[in-house]
Design a binder for this molecule. Sequence first.
Ligand SMILES: Nc1ncnc2c1ncn2[C@@H]1O[C@H](COP(=O)(O)OP(=O)(O)OP(=O)(O)O)[C@@H](O)[C@H]1O
Ligand SMILES: [Mg+2]
Length: 386
Amino acid sequence: MWHTIMHKRVPVADVDIDEETKAIADIGHIYNHTHVPPGVFHDGTILRGRLNQWWTLRGIPSSRDGIQGALELLNVEHTGELSLRGLGLSLSDHYWIRPLRSSLEWDNINYYAHGFSEDVGDALFGKKPRNTTIHLLSPDVASNGNLKKRWKIINGKRVLVKGGSGPYYQEPVNEAIASLLLCRLNIPHVEYHLYVEENMPFSLCENFTDGHVEFIGAWDIATSMKKKEKHSELDHYLECCKGLGIPGVKEGLEKMLAFDFLIVNSDRHYYNFGALRNSDSLEWLGPAPLFDCGSSLWYQSADNMINPELNMESKPFRNYHSEQIRLVRNFDWFNADNLYRCDEECEKLLSQSVFITKLRRDALCKALNKRIGMLESIVASQVQER
Ligand SMILES: Nc1ncnc2c1ncn2[C@@H]1O[C@H](COP(=O)(O)OP(=O)(O)OP(=O)(O)O)[C@@H](O)[C@H]1O
Ligand SMILES: [Mg+2]
């Protein structure tokens, strides 16, 4: 099935999507190489393996919480079919696919300007679609990540609703906690709000993209150049950003790594950060605001394992937080006074969840305070070394 990969109104390349596997089996005419997704075009050609990876990673993973039930409700065999039938349209970037000889136009179908079907979102949240004819044109088909999530239009705003994972369902609460800490530290971030429905916590956040500005994940940036052996992962990422002309990356990354140390984030993989780009001019605007901070604050640890001094695993540049924090050189922006008594606000948020006992709440607030102290000591020792 031949389709054209589109970037907004610009045809990028024709691709043959295999009927059975929904993978890109062949690449035809390339119309515009400057609009090819970053990291996919090398040495004058599109790498099919990388293009397939890009296409697959922007869809729903087969590991998504509750995906089997959702596929059954939608009468669809696998997630690849969802991406295809939903034309890959998203609310994060501006790529989509157009069946060959179709007259579909970006201006008539994009979700920044138009509504979308609720069927996919309903099914992803375990609800039977309302109508007998199921519509798959929804940005949910092109939202990656493992947690249950759906897009909604609330008061005219595009809002991402995200759930958590058992047994503590702490991620949505963590997102709200992260927002309040990031706000106090003055770090650009996506604002998440906690919302509880039938005792289940969810987070709500507005989209940080719009009809002109899109999000490009760090992996697509990191694959835009071949890594030199002498370069560390961090050096390589910085080189790629320099090569593409993305401003403000080092400063943004340092804040992100230090913040992840503070909240013990274990999941800052290469699709949980990235950059913003103007999709018309292709001008890079800078790092994306921090988002997806939920896999943190001992969210999977039993109450008596909440230990701030345990060296927890980190991503993306080092395996442990104790090592990753050493990559941060500039802490001039960090002032622990800004976090004064933040535990009281965290406590209030945590107490909204029935899955978090008083014992757990107290342990989490104490541990967070300790992490603030630990970061303060690291900053102080660096100042002494200078
Ligand atoms: N507010 C937003 N606006 C636009 N796009 C977003 C927004 N939040 C998330 N996204 C996009 O959706 C993707 C999935 O969201 P998110 O990372 O929050 O989900 P997740 O299930 O927690 O992911 P993970 O598997 O990393 O735990 C992100 O990688 C990003 O591309
Ligand atoms: Mg994510």
